[in-house]
Design a protein around this ligand. Structure first.
Ligand code: MTE
Ligand code: MO
Length: 256
């Protein structure tokens, strides 16, 4: 309730900020630039624009909470278990032989065991998960930043999207999701193997799930098996960049 009010306010501010600054910049012609009063107005508007970009733009940080804010219960949603036989074997062995594949438009394709992901620099964050169905929960997530993993693989310059291929299916259709480079390189975008200080349970996406904190829940792919860097989403499943996008017309960009 107060959460969605905040979301609407932030969107409103972003829209107002973008329109306001754009209007001023367009009217700032050279002749008026000689007028020192107008100049300082422009400069301050410019400054406001830059500040609002940092507070409200795509690179802004999602709010982080304190341990006292953790939800006593975190709902598991969508698939809560994976039927795939290979996955069931990996789960039973504690993902001992499991690797995360990183491929597509990268210089060096990778197959990373869980231990390699756990040995990378870690980021932990307490954030609020907002599902499109109208519920929210605050949890603590830990893992390497996606940007670090992509650095190790070396992105090719043509790479514009990162696709997450998951182990689970709805019927015969695999779950997958995708994000652009702004979210892929965002500091709070992590590959979480740990939740609330424990190893990620199956229902929350073991062994690895995406946290992309500036977007709604369905973008946070669970059971991530493979990460693929692509130039385009054309020709990938339904071409809309995600399972729900293809099947139900959900927005590809689900910013909050
Ligand atoms: N692989 C996979 N990822 C998924 C889903 C899913 O069904 N399969 N459901 C999505 C939806 S709609 C939400 S709200 C969150 C739920 O995450 P949770 O189970 O940790 O609450 O996962 C998202 N990621
Ligand atoms: Mo969701």
């Amino acid at each position: 309730m107060s959460g969605s009010a905040k979301i609407l306010t932030r969107r409103g501010l972003l829209r107002a900020g973008a329109l306001g600054a754009g209007g001023l910049v367009l009217s700032g012609c050279d002749r008026l630039n000689d007028n020192s009063g107008f100049r300082s107005l422009l400069e301050s508007a410019e400054g406001l624009h830059l500040r609002s970009q940092r507070l409200f733009g795509r690179d802004a940080l999602a709010r982080e909470f304190s341990p006292a804010d953790l939800s006593p219960e975190f709902r598991a949603n969508g698939n809560r278990e994976v039927k795939d036989a290979a996955y069931r074997q990996q789960l039973a062995s504690g993902f001992a032989g499991w690797t995360l594949k990183v491929d597509g438009l990268v210089e060096k394709p990778l197959a990373l065991p869980l231990s390699a992901l756990q040995a990378m620099p870690q980021r932990a964050q307490i954030t609020r998960h907002d599902c499109v169905e109208g519920w929210s929960a605050i949890g603590k997530w830990q893992g390497p930043q996606l940007s670090h993993v992509l650095d190790v693989a070396g992105l090719k310059p043509q790479a514009r999207f990162i696709v997450f291929h998951c182990a689970d299916r709805f019927g015969s259709t695999p779950y997958y999701e995708s994000i652009d480079m702004i979210d892929a390189l965002h500091p709070q975008t992590i590959l979480a193997w740990r939740m609330n200080d424990k190893v990620l349970p199956e229902k929350f996406g073991a062994p690895l799930r995406l946290r992309v904190e500036r977007q709604l829940g369905y973008k946070h792919a669970k059971y991530v098996m493979r990460i693929e860097a692509r130039e385009s989403l054309d020709g990938l499943y339904g071409g809309k960049g995600g399972y729900w996008e293809d099947s139900s017309g959900y927005a590809w960009y689900a910013g909050i």
